[in-house]
Ligand binder design. Sequence first.
Ligand code: MN
Ligand code: MN
Length: 319
Amino acid sequence: MDHELPEYADPKQRPRYLGLATFMRADYAETPDGIEIGMIGVPYDGGVTNRPGARHGPREVRNQSSLMRTVNQATGVCPYDLARIADLGDIFAERPFALEGAHERIGRGFMDVVDAGVVPLTCGGDHSITLPILRAVGKGAPVGLVHIDAHADTGGDYSGSRFHHGAPFRVAAEEGVLDPRRCCQIGIRGTLYTPDMWEFSHTSGMRVIPIEEFEDIGWRAAINEAKRIAGDGPTYVSFDIDALDPAFAPGTGTPEAGGLTMREALRMIRELHDLNLVGADMVEVSPPFDPSGVTALNGATIMFELLCVLAQAVALRRG
Ligand code: MN
Ligand code: MN
C-alpha cells in the first residue's frame, strides 16, 4: 500500500498502536536465516514453585513492547542500525506436562537458533527456561553470566525435582555449560527455607551481591564488579523481573520486597555494551498478576536495553 507520508514506509516509524504485536514492532521472521539477533518468546511456566502465569509473558510483553521506539535516548544507540534483528516467534514445549522433556524440546529450538549464528534475546516464561538456553549458548565453551534477580536460583531438589525455576544456574554449572567463577548475581534478597539454600553459589565460586551490599556500593560499582568477573569470554545476561522492587514489578511469581528500581536496572544494563555477549533473557513476567500492565511494560523496557547492548556486541564482533 502507498503511503501519503513517506516516513510510514518504515513500519517502525508508524504510530505505535498500529500493526501486529511483535517484540518492539520488529519484523517477524519464520526462519533464522540472515538474522543476527532473534527475539524469541518461550511461553512456558512448568517450573514455577509458587504463583504461575509466566507462560502468558511473551504475548503481553510483545503488546507492551509496542511502546518502544527505535532510538535509545540515553546512549544514542539504534539497535536496528547495528544488527539485523527480527522477532522469531515462540519456541514452545509441545509436551508441557513433563518438565525435563519440555526443557529438552526448548533446548533443541535454541540449538537451531544458535547453530544459525543468531544471538537470542528471549522473553520467558519462568526462569527454568534459562537452563535449555544455556545448554545451547554454552555447548562449545562454558559461558559467564551477569544474573540480576531477587533469587540466586542455585537451589537443590524441591518437591522432587532439580529442574524448577529456583535452580537453573546450579544445573547449568554442574553440566559444564556455565562457568561459575565467571558468574555474578546481583540483587539477591528475601526469606529462605534454610540458611544454606544458595550454598552452591558460594561453594562453586560465584560472586553474590545481595541487595544490602548493592545499596551500600551502588549500581555502578555492582555492575563494574560483574563485568570484571565476566571478563572477555562469552557471557550471557539473565534478568529476572523479580529483581525489581514489587512496586515496579508486582506481576511476577515470586515477588520479594526491597528490590531494585527501574532506574538502577537500566543504568546497569547499559554498562554491558562492551562485553562479549552471546545472548540474554528477561523472564518471570506473569500477566495474570499484572492488571495494570506495568510489569510487562518494565519487562519490555529491560528487553529494549538488552537489545541495544546485544546489538553493540554484535557490531563489535563484526569489527
Ligand atoms: Mn527471582
Ligand atoms: Mn530467577
